[in-house]
Design a protein around this ligand. Structure first.
Ligand SMILES: NC(=O)c1ccc[n+]([C@@H]2O[C@H](COP(=O)([O-])OP(=O)(O)OC[C@H]3O[C@@H](n4cnc5c(N)ncnc54)[C@H](OP(=O)(O)O)[C@@H]3O)[C@@H](O)[C@H]2O)c1
Length: 390
């Protein structure tokens, strides 16, 4: 297995050159030595000079920057876009990307973001960006009935953390709500976020679960997400709604994500768990872009698309690389298994192209961000859980 992983497509370090590493390390060494305000990292990735991500404003700009593929896709897709459950980690940047792509394409449309907006600052920042933000509890059918119609729906509402001990809430959100939203938006096409968790653990050497594999969920959260899919499939077929189900794992930016979890453990000199020894990630901008492009893939019966990066990453390698970048020694606990929660996203990459930011770039950005005390959302992924309890 190790040989397979070290060869070709399994390598963590595809585009890392010594020049890049030297530049990043010099910046991080300055930070390690105490100049914590320096974050002027510039790295050459795939022959392109990538800008540093220096602050929240810069980060938000990156995460919502539309790719040419999104601009083209949204230009050819008429009508308003409504994003349901837009107030979480991904929704605000996805809604802003839809706004920016439509403006760049010269397409007149409303982009509408719907959530409870537990954090009211998210609502006002979306309004400022030209996104129409509507505060709504989607579990209240009267409020849902009053939402504006839109031919394009991105469904992001869901519950994961806190499932253990409040299972009924998770099932209501993940299995009941999709049916209510299908009935309300029966004349729309729908991109519905699902999760790679529906697959369960797979052999690391397999290259990840594929869309054609039988789901084998582990734990009530994963089962409830499979129920979400089944309900979308049922209403998609019975009401003739074009649907695409996005099995995502894991979106990552600088304030949350699997690499951020590992980087923070390394930086705090805490042992890194090897219990889930391997993982996939995708830079959130790329995940947003591919999700919006997926509107063009919605079909009856529903299609399924895995969404993640091309690399199968090893926790041990990622932690050691982060340790070098952050001048920290790394310790581990537990042992690796031959299986992990992994998806193969080659179908999405064939449709939309490979992600624009690779794992090495992300490692460098995250190391820099963590060393410089950048903001963290305080939402650990708990990706190391193997028993499906969240
Ligand atoms: N991020 C990942 O890596 C990842 C991986 C696999 C799957 N997914 C799935 O992809 C989707 C988007 O991911 P995410 O990370 O942005 O999820 P998230 O942070 O959990 O956001 C979902 C949002 O839905 C909103 N919501 C929940 N209940 C609602 C209700 N009753 N009415 C209105 N809004 C409600 C919440 O925002 P308010 O508090 O504002 O209401 C919540 O923040 C989710 O369905 C998630 O399960 C994400």
């Amino acid at each position: 297995m190790r040989d397979l992983v070290r060869s070709g497509s399994f390598q963590l370090s595809g585009y890392w050159d010594t020049c890049t590493e030297g530049r990043i390390r010099r910046s991080l060494n300055r930070a390690c030595a105490g100049s914590l305000h320096s974050s002027a990292v510039r790295a050459t990735v795939k022959g392109t000079t990538m800008e540093a991500v220096t602050d929240i404003r810069d980060l938000e700009e990156h995460l919502s920057r539309p790719t040419p593929g999104v601009i083209d896709a949204l230009a050819s897709m008429p009508g308003d876009i409504i994003v349901l459950g837009a107030g979480g980690k991904m929704g605000p940047s996805l809604a802003r990307m839809a706004r920016r792509a439509s403006d760049e394409a010269g397409t007149r449309r409303a982009v509408i973001a719907v959530s409870r907006f537990s954090d009211p600052r998210v609502l006002s920042s979306l309004d400022d960006a030209g996104v129409q933000a509507i505060s709504c509890d989607l579990m209240d059918e009267d409020q849902v009935a009053r939402l504006p119609d839109a031919p394009n729906v991105v469904y992001m509402a869901g519950t994961k953390f806190g499932t253990t001990g409040n299972e009924s809430q998770t099932w209501a959100m993940n299995a009941f709500l999709p049916g209510a939203c299908c009935r309300r938006f029966r004349n729309s096409r729908i991109v519905a976020f699902s999760s790679g968790n529906v697959y369960g653990l797979t052999d690391v050497a397999s290259g990840g679960s594929r869309e054609t594999d039988q789901p084998r969920p582990v734990g009530e959260y994963a089962w409830s997400v499979l129920a979400r899919e089944r309900v979308f499939q049922y209403f998609g077929s019975s009401l003739g709604i074009p649907v695409v189900l996005i099995r995502l794992n894991y979106s990552c930016e600088l304030r949350y994500g699997v690499l951020v979890d590992i980087a923070r453990q390394v930086h705090a000199c805490r042992p890194v768990s090897l219990s889930m020894g391997w993982f996939n990630i995708i830079w959130q901008q790329d995940a947003n872009a591919m999700a919006l492009q997926s509107l063009s893939q919605a079909a009856v019966p529903a299609r399924i698309l895995n969404l993640t990066g091309p690399e199968t990453l090893r926790v041990k390698d990622a932690a050691e690389k982060l340790g070098k970048l952050m001048c920290k020694s790394v310790s581990f606990e537990g042992t690796e298994s031959a299986s992990a929660l992994l998806s193969n996203s080659s179908k999405a990459h064939t449709l939309f192209g490979a992600p624009t930011v690779d794992a090495d770039q992300l490692l460098a950005w995250i190391a820099d961000w963590v060393v410089n005390g950048g903001e963290n959302l305080g939402k650990p992924t708990h990706f190391e859980s193997r028993d499906g309890r969240f």
